[in-house]
Design a protein around this ligand. Structure first.
Ligand SMILES: *Cc1c(COP(=O)(O)O)cnc(C)c1O
Length: 408
């Protein structure tokens, strides 16, 4: 048997079934009227946000990187809970505004912003995290055209990366941000142009579980911000320190030590030089806020045996949960946390593979895992489905259509 990933804490059992927010999986499916279904727990999202505010220094604001989960009710909840939103397209900007997030709380990063997107952000009053000199020129021109002072920050491509992170987004040649050595000249021009100078965005990577690596990246980001601000010779209004806090997905993964990260950041902020004394800081997190709060429920449609291997074929698959099948930025396929939701109390002594209903060998939700004996009609739960699930999977592929979603 191959091991399964760790089931996140906060899930319970009622009448032998997996329960989310006090309700059984089958009751939730009955309410939605169908499977596959993503269920997001508001209580688990609140719990996580509370842990972050308790651990992080008061001076550090919390932003939600909404590409992790742009489901409307999740955005509305998050709008009440966190300080700011990071969006990565005009479409996300629109969703954040409709969820009630004030534009002053929104920043917009992402390479290749079209001129219409720059205009939409300037019109709304959101901060643009500029990804290149060319984008700066187009943003300043758009501001003139509209007669609105744009709020501009520069995304810095740092000379370091986040060690051990799943997705590196800094260090070396990158499509993201402006190489650190060119930032001072660019910032001076942005300030001289009369734009509202909003500071830096320094994002070094994603999905790191090692607290030391995150601390190291944060300390380096602070040093870089101080160095660049001294070169620009202007105080820094705002600095987005990135995030990259990871969650355990796979066998052997251990939760990040949040208390250690918070304490180290507190110490590092005590020691910043004068030029950063009045800077507002934030971290921007996606999966850490919502990933473990989501479960994907899918029903077994067929049970079959081939050459001695048993397959449970479900009505969902990679078109909703691409990452769980190992096809979203992972090198080696390993099992996510997966369970039989309708037999949550039974021991997992049968070796089976759970596969999706797509006609491709890539569609494997769990390979040779140990599960209780399950049959047609049983519900399968794939955990860690709250981030990069519904919106990061090819829902149109093979024509089964999107999953239902529900915030409870
Ligand atoms: C994707 C992204 C995030 C969120 O990453 P997570 O791993 O979900 O926390 C934050 N900031 C930027 C700039 C991103 O591109």
């Amino acid at each position: 048997m191959k091991p399964l990933g760790p089931i996140p804490s906060g899930y319970a059992m009622i009448d032998g079934e997996l329960a989310i927010a006090g309700r059984t999986a089958s009751a939730l499916v009955a309410e939605a009227g169908r499977t596959p279904l993503f269920v997001y727990s508001g209580a688990l999202i609140r719990r996580r946000v509370g842990e972050l505010y308790a651990a992080l220094p008061n001076r550090v604001a919390l932003h939600y990187a909404m590409k992790a989960n742009p489901y409307g009710p999740v955005l509305e909840l998050m709008s009440e809970l966190v300080d700011g939103f990071d969006v990565a397209s005009a479409g996300e900007l629109e969703l954040a505004l409709s969820a009630g997030v004030a534009a002053e709380r929104i920043s917009f990063a992402g390479p290749g912003k079209r001129t219409e997107e720059l205009e939409a952000a300037i019109r709304a009053g959101a901060t643009l995290n500029l990804e290149s000199e060319g984008e700066a020129i187009r943003a300043l021109e758009a501001g003139h055209r509209l007669g609105i002072t744009p709020r501009l920050a520069i995304r810095v491509n740092p000379d370091f990366d986040l060690k051990g992170s799943g997705m590196k987004m800094g260090g070396g040649a990158k499509p993201f941000g402006v190489d650190a050595e060119r930032v001072p000249a660019m910032a001076r021009e942005v300030i001289a142009s009369g734009a509202e100078w909003r500071g830096f965005h320094i994002f070094a990577g994603s999905q790191a579980l090692n607290a030391e690596a995150i601390i190291d990246a944060q300390v380096q980001a602070l040093a870089l911000a101080a160095d660049l601000s001294e070169q620009i010779d202007a105080p820094l209004p705002h600095c987005n320190l990135g995030g990259g806090f990871g969650i355990p997905y796979f066998p052997g993964d251990e939760a990040m030590d949040l208390a250690a990260v918070g304490a180290a950041l507190g110490e590092a902020l005590e020691a910043v030089p004068q030029v950063l004394k009045h800077t507002q800081f934030c971290v921007e997190l996606g999966r850490y806020l919502v990933g473990e709060a989501g479960v994907y429920l899918t029903r077994i449609v067929d049970r079959k045996v081939s050459h001695g291997e048993t397959f449970l074929v479900v009505d969902g698959g990679l078109h909703h949960q691409l990452a769980a099948t190992g096809n979203f930025g992972t090198v080696v396929r390993r099992n996510y946390p997966v369970a039989i939701a309708s037999r949550f109390d039974e021991p997992g002594d049968e070796e089976v593979s759970v596969v999706g209903c797509l006609c491709t060998p890539l569609d494997r939700l769990a390979e040779k895992g140990g599960f209780p004996r399950a049959d047609v009609g049983d519900l399968v739960a794939v955990f860690c489905a709250g981030a990069y699930g519904a919106s990061a999977s090819p829902a149109q592929f093979l024509g089964h259509g999107p999953a239902a979603e529900m915030l409870v």
